[in-house]
Structure formats: structure tokens, C-alpha cells
Design a protein around this ligand. Structure first.
Ligand code: PMP
Length: 459
């Protein structure tokens, strides 16, 4: 880093504690400070340009610096910069956004009928947990509160959402998960299937393990199962054939609610408007954030069906209120921006672009599996990951877990491309406006970085 005391990097390191960061490494090396963004690109304060192949945090779907979102925010700021929706109040942006989301929701056996607004994916998932507990009490089933999620699932970092997340970094030293949060096996076939086990058989085995867990715990203690249709932060894991059908059979048998965490999948990412459509799921609750506003402002939305809503409504009537909500929930400026963002996704047919450019990206990244450092390519639509290995047969990487991912990630970054190394996987989730020539450039940079590291390792 630039160690001059008044450099922007040194000023940051002096006073700013960062999320998801090795605090000592930051003090030593300083951050990369971003200055501007345009389309699929961002520039740091030194003027270096990057392709932002993670769309920020899987979230800037329409790309950077869209003037229509700026205008929508400015207009709402000038008209009604703030209002809340507590205690019989409302405002037009929240109403219009709720209508829009219900209109865009998948066609389900039990359709989504209500929307509750929060500010982040974590807040939304914490709210879902509380809704489920409240509902269980309302239904005279106070013992029915346990929630099952999956190893490698990601649902956020607050106390309850962090408990549902199934990744070690979110539990270790934080004293999580809380009791009552259970984790079943991940759907990662390549890594976890037995030798010669087909995708279908692996899916059946995962469903059987889920059923065994439910029976061991007592089916009348299990309230809900939460999953991302396609896993994101746990390594972009596309469910194997038959997975969700098998899992849903078990959930149905024991009358367990299904929550689809669409925070990354939702609004086009997987090639359908919702991951639940891609994976043929019938959720009772859907959670959306990130691409909901393309992350120009924080906002998240929980959609629920009547099966979930009706008992909650009765209980709130008995108590006199649903005693839960955030000052900023459904913030009018964020809601106005989200609404404009959804219009842009539709008007510019970004879903069409995902369907055309997505398979192209998958094919190009897939070709990299011929490279000595690439063990697996995973992905669907415009979300993908490469699993890096040094020994393809053994599916192992360098001795220290994550070291190979970090090394290739650093080389990619040096080349002017931002992707995310998650352990030894490299993730790609570019803005949904990305073009084929930009994909060529992206893949070229990845290939260059792989060659460089392979050369250094003598592979
Ligand atoms: N759910 C999923 C599927 C996510 O990917 C994330 C964020 N990566 C969250 C929840 C949490 O969202 P937030 O960071 O806004 O709290």
C-alpha cells in the first residue's frame, strides 16, 4: 500500500474496521479504494480499471451508475424522503413495490400474497425466523420451532440468519449456531458423492439423510427448511439432478415450510426470474435483496403465502400488533429505486441477456476445466465458479485450504478483473448486462492468471 500517512489507504487502515476482512492484513496492506463505476467496470483511486465480475457482492444486476436510479432516488428524496410503515401508516413506493413483487412472483400452488420489507438479506432472514416462531405459537404448536438449513448454505450473519448459514467462518468464535438450528448435507455432487454415485442417487441420499434428521429430532419440532435454490457464497453449487424434487417430497410428508433464499438467485440471475423457477421449487416464503435495488440502496423483501400469513395475522390481532419491524424497512427512497430497477430489468430484457450470454460464459469457463489447475466448473445462467486444484485425481489443492484460491484470485485482480475466491473456488457473478466480448475478456484474464500460477507452481 501507499504508506504515506495521508494516503487514502493509510487513512482507511487507521480508522476503519472492515467486514469480512483479516484486520491485521488490512492494517499492513491497506484496502483497494474504489472511486467510480460504469456499466460492468469499476475504477480504483489510482485510476486502475477492473471488470467487476462479482457485480459488487452478487448484487449490481443492472450495472454501475444507471442515471434512472439516480433520478428515481432524487425525486423520492425531494417528495417524501422518509416515512415508515409501522402502526397503520404506508407510502406509495412501498405499496407499488409490493404490488410489483407479487406480480413478478412465480406461479405457485400456494402463491405469494404479502410482502414485508427489511433492509438486508440478514435482516430479512432473521425476520423470517421470527415469523415462523410467531406462527408456531399462533397455531398452538410452540414446540415446532426448529429450522433446518444446509452445510455451505449462506443466509446472512445476524444471530439467527448466521445460525442458518452453514459455513465455519460465520460460526467459529461467534458462539453460533444457536440451539434449534440444524444443518443437513450440502448438494455438492462433485465433492461429496461416493465413487460412481449418480446425481440422482446422491440427491436421494441427501433427501434420505434429511428425513433421518427430521425423524431423530421429532417431525413435530421442525418448522421450516431454508435453502438457496442455487447456492451462492458456499461456492456456487448447482443442485444435482432430482435434488429439490426429492427434498420437497420429504418436506411435504412432514408438513415443513420451505423458504427459498433468493437473495442472490432472484431477479434473473439463474436464467429465470427466480431460482425457485429454475429449480422447480414450491416455497412458502421467498427472500429477495441484492439485485432488488441492484444494491444502489439497501432493501430486502420477504414474500409469503397465505399459509404463513394467515396465522400470523390472527396472532397479531390477538396481541394487538406484530411486534417486529425496522425504522428503515421499506424506506421510500430505497423502494422507489428498487421499483425503477425492476422496470429496467424488464424493459431491457436482462433475463434475455442472461439466457443468451449465460450459457456462453458457462461454456467458456467450462473449457478451462482442461487447465491443470481447474477441477470443476459449476454454474447456471450468469453465476459460476471454478474449483481450483493442484491434483485433479485427488481433488485437492495446496496444503493450506484456500491458499490456491487466494493466489489465483490475487493474479486475476492484478490483471484487472474482480471475482471472488471462496476457499479454493473462484466465483463469477457479473452484472446481467455483460456482453459476449466482455465475457471473452473476463475468461482471457482468468486463463492468464491460471497460467501464471501454474507456471509458478511448476504445473
Ligand atoms: N442470503 C443470501 C443467499 C446471501 O447471499 C446473502 C449475502 N451474501 C445474504 C442472505 C445476506 O445478505 P446481507 O449481506 O444483505 O445481510
Amino acid at each position: 500500500m501507499n504508506h504515506l500517512p495521508n494516503s487514502i489507504e493509510a487513512r482507511d487502515a487507521a480508522v476503519h474496521m472492515h467486514p469480512y476482512t483479516d484486520a491485521r492484513a488490512l492494517q499492513q496492506n491497506g484496502p483497494t479504494v474504489m472511486a467510480k463505476g460504469e456499466g460492468v467496470h469499476v475504477w480504483d483511486t489510482n485510476g486502475k480499471q477492473y471488470i467487476e465480475a462479482m457485480a459488487g457482492l452478487w448484487s449490481v444486476g443492472i450495472g454501475f451508475s444507471e442515471p434512472r436510479l439516480v433520478e428515481a432516488a432524487a425525486k423520492q428524496m425531494a417528495e417524501l424522503p422518509y416515512y415508515h410503515t409501522f402502526a397503520m401508516r404506508s407510502h406509495t413506493p412501498a405499496i407499488e413495490l409490493a404490488e410489483k413483487l407479487i406480480g413478478m412472483a412465480p406461479k405457485l400452488e400456494n402463491p405469494m400474497s404479502k410482502v414485508f420489507f427489511t433492509n438486508s438479506g440478514s435482516e430479512a432472514n432473521d425476520t423470517v425466523v421470527k415469523m415462523i416462531w410467531y406462527r408456531a405459537n399462533a397455531m398452538g404448536q410452540p414446540q415446532r420451532k426448529k429450522i433446518i438449513s444446509r452445510i455451505k448454505g449462506y443466509h446472512g450473519i445476524t444471530i439467527a440468519s448466521g445460525s442458518m448459514t452453514g459455513l465455519p467462518a460465520n460460526h467459529g468464535s461467534f458462539d453460533l449456531p444457536l440451539p434449534g438450528f440444524l444443518h443437513t448435507g450440502s448438494p455438492h455432487h462433485w465433492r461429496e458423492a461416493a465413487d460412481g454415485e449418480s446425481e440422482e442417487d446422491f440427491s436421494k441420499r441427501r433427501a434420505q439423510e434429511l428425513e433421518e434428521m427430521i425423524l431423530a429430532e421429532g417431525p413435530d419440532t421442525i418448522a421450516a427448511f431454508i435453502g438457496e435454490p442455487v447456492m451462492g457464497a458456499g461456492g456456487v453449487i448447482v443442485p444435482p439432478k432430482g435434488y429439490w424434487a426429492e427434498i420437497q417430497k420429504v418436506l411435504k410428508k412432514y408438513d415443513i415450510l420451505l423458504i427459498a433464499d433468493e437473495v442472490i438467485n432472484g431477479l434473473g440471475r439463474t436464467g429465470n426470474m427466480w431460482g425457485s423457477e429454475t429449480c422447480e421449487m414450491q416455497p412458502d416464503i421467498m427472500v429477495s435483496s441484492k439485485q432488488l435495488s441492484s444494491s444502489y440502496l439497501p432493501i430486502s423483501a420477504i414474500m409469503l403465502n397465505d399459509k404463513v400469513f394467515e396465522p400470523i395475522a390472527d396472532e397479531s390481532n390477538r396481541i394487538g400488533t406484530f411486534g417486529h419491524g425496522f425504522t428503515g424497512g421499506g424506506h421510500p427512497v430505497a423502494a422507489a429505486v428498487a421499483l425503477e430497477n425492476l422496470k429496467i430489468i424488464e424493459e431491457r430484457d436482462l433475463l434475455g441477456n442472461v439466457r443468451e450470454v449465460g450459457p456462453y460464459m458457462q461454456e467458456k469457463l467450462g473449457a478451462l476445466t482442461a487447465h491443470p489447475l481447474v477441477g470443476e466448473k459449476r454454474g447456471i445462467g450468469l453465476i459460476a465458479a471454478l474449483e481450483l486444484v493442484t491434483d485433479k485425481q485427488a481433488k485437492t489443492a495446496l496444503e493450506k485450504p484456500g491458499a490456491l484460491g487466494a493466489r489465483v484470485g490475487a493474479a486475476v485482480f492484478e490483471a484487472g478483473l474482480i471475482c471472488r475466491n471462496m476457499g479454493d473456488a473462484l466465483a463469477f457473478c457479473p452484472p446481467m448486462i455483460i456482453t459476449k466480448p466482455q465475457i471473452d475478456e473476463l475468461v482471457g484474464k482468468v486463463e492468464g492468471a491460471l497460467d501464471q500460477v501454474a507456471g509458478e507452481l511448476g504445473l
